[in-house]
Structure formats: structure tokens, C-alpha cells
Design a protein around this ligand. Structure first.
Ligand code: CP
Length: 310
């Protein structure tokens, strides 16, 4: 694997290899007082974030540090981006300074792909940590890791992805990865929050959450991304919450084994009630925990030498 830019087109065997590595890393580190492996000693990983993040940035930093890489965080607010430096010049500067891997979050769809082209000559690996409304592949991988842990497998499981699919890079990455791993994906959303061309995706579509819950093995709630709606949110927040919010009553409509996921940050009381987010069915904290191991696995597959992999 040279880069991780998207799950659309990601070889399912490659995805499974990353998930298996994450499982191994989790087992290896479990209960250890010192969580440090020498695997990426001497490698330099740079996170380059043009949008806010808590989970993704922090877990990549921890992942790199637990593997002994040197990790440097660059944000648009504290770098020369604030002086008007272009993404290309910023990327070439980081590569010239010695980056082996650049992990980028950017508001423009396709930014990570462009970066991988600019950095090809330098041989710097690129990881997409979320590009506009396009993809967030490591989120989908950590979601799959969590589903495997809770459900045993993803194959043939029915996963409902609920809410603001239109603006969600998490949904897009999950749709492609879950379908590639053999899951059955149903999108549950109002027509206004579904993307154009949804019929070409490997999913079924429903507008009725209550009808989908009894057959779901997992429900992935999405954050309502008001910041990408420019003031035009239809249905209204109240109507949305009534029709698509996962509350205590709806939790009881799920099979007992069903898992509730949310990529975070959560809008409690909007798309998910606290009683659900904090219930035993919720795997939201495990998602964050698995995010570290999955991101360690991604860095391992991108940066560890062949002799290390053998
Ligand atoms: N899920 C996710 O990407 O969260 P952050 O925006 O906090 O990184």
C-alpha cells in the first residue's frame, strides 16, 4: 500500500490485512504498562489539518508515537498556510523537511489525491484523514474493526447508516468498505439528505427509520453537518430529530445483539439521545479506542519495511 486515499476501490484483501494487523496490535498492547513498539523508529509522520478534529488527529498522533515514529502536527491556523501558502507548496515543504508520511484533513474533496500526486517524486505516503464530503477511509476501517469485534464478522450483516448521508465522508467511506467486505448496507435518510446518484451506490435506500430497526445488526448514526448546509436545513432540526433521531424507544426496536455506532462528534439530543449513546449497545467509545490500533496498522502497512512485514 503506497497511500490510503479512499475505500472506494480499496482491495478487500488489503482492507482485511489492515484490520487483522489492528487486531494483532491491540492484543499485543493490551494490559502493557509501556505502550511502545520500535516498528517505525526513525520515520517521520506529519499530520496536516486544515479542518478541526479531535479523534482523528489525536489518534494518529498516539498511533505514530506508540510505534516510535516522530510525529509532528501542523494546522492551518499555526503554519504558513495562514500567510497564504498554497497546499502544494506546503506539502513540498513538509516532504523536503523529511516527512515519510503526510496525513491530511482538508475541506476540499480530492485534496488528498492531489497531494499524493505532488509528493510522488519524494516518495512520501499520503493518508486521507477526511477530504470535504468525499471520503474518510480510516474512520470506515475503525468502524469495520468495531463491527468485527462486536458482531464477529461484517459479511452478511445488515448495517443501517442513518441521517445526513449527503454531507458525510464517513458514510461514503463506509458504504464502499462495508459493501466490499460483504455487508448489506441500507441508507436511512430524508430525500433532502441523500446524494445525487445514490442509486449507483451498493446500497438500498429507506426513508423510514422505524421500519429498518428490527432487521438491523448495526445502526451507524451520522452527525448532522449544519456547517455544510449554509443555513438551509430541511427538514427542520426538530422534524429531523423526531423522524431520524435514535432515542430510547427506538433502541428497544433493535435486535438485542445490535450495535450502535457514531463517528463523533455527537450532537446529543439531535441525532442520538444520551440514553442510547451511553447504553451497553453503544460502541462509540470502542470506536475511538479501535481508531488508535487501526491507524497504527495503516502506518505499519504504509511505512514498515519489507523485512519488518516478513
Ligand atoms: N470522526 C472524526 O473524524 O472525528 P474528528 O472530527 O474529531 O476527527
Amino acid at each position: 500500500m503506497k497511500h490510503l486515499l479512499a475505500t472506494d476501490g480499496l482491495d478487500p484483501d488489503q482492507a482485511t490485512a489492515v484490520l487483522d494487523t489492528a487486531d494483532e496490535l491491540k492484543k499485543t498492547l493490551l494490559g502493557r504498562e509501556v505502550r511502545k513498539l520500535p516498528t517505525l523508529r526513525g520515520r517521520t509522520v506529519i499530520t496536516l489539518f486544515y479542518e478541526n478534529s479531535t479523534r482523528t488527529r489525536v489518534s494518529f498522533e498516539i498511533a505514530g508515537k506508540w510505534m516510535s515514529a516522530d510525529v509532528i502536527n501542523v494546522s492551518s491556523g499555526s503554519s504558513s498556510v495562514g500567510k497564504g501558502e498554497s497546499l502544494r507548496d506546503t506539502a513540498l515543504t513538509l516532504a523536503a523537511a523529511g516527512a515519510d508520511c503526510v496525513i491530511i484533513r482538508h475541506p476540499a474533496s480530492g485534496a488528498a489525491h492531489r497531494l499524493s500526486g505532488w509528493l510522488a517524486e519524494a516518495g512520501t505516503a499520503v493518508v486521507n484523514a477526511g477530504d470535504g464530503m468525499h471520503e474518510h477511509p480510516t474512520q470506515a476501517l475503525l468502524d469495520a474493526a468495531t463491527l468485527r469485534e462486536r458482531l464477529g464478522t461484517v459479511k452478511d450483516r445488515r448495517i443501517a447508516i442513518v441521517g445526513d448521508v449527503l454531507h458525510s465522508r464517513v458514510a461514503r467511506s463506509n458504504i464502499h468498505l462495508l459493501a466490499a467486505l460483504g455487508a448489506e448496507v441500507v441508507l436511512v435518510a430524508p430525500p433532502t439528505l441523500l446524494p445525487v446518484g445514490v442509486e449507483s451506490l451498493p446500497v438500498t435506500v429507506s426513508h423510514e427509520l422505524d421500519a429498518e430497526l428490527p432487521a438491523a445488526d448495526a445502526v451507524m448514526m451520522l452527525r448532522v453537518q449544519a456547517e455544510r448546509m449554509h443555513g438551509a436545513f430541511f427538514p427542520s432540526a426538530r422534524e429531523y430529530s423526531i423522524a431520524y433521531g435514535l432515542n430510547g424507544k427506538r433502541l428497544k426496536m433493535l435486535p438485542e445483539h445490535a450495535v450502535v455506532l457514531h463517528p463523533g462528534p455527537m450532537l446529543r439530543g439531535m441525532e442520538i439521545a444520551s440514553a442510547v449513546a451511553d447504553s451497553p449497545s453503544s460502541a462509540i467509545t470502542e470506536q475511538v479506542r479501535n481508531g488508535v490500533h487501526v491507524r497504527m496498522a495503516v502506518l505499519y502497512h504504509l511505512l514498515a519495511g519489507e523485512e519488518e512485514k516478513a
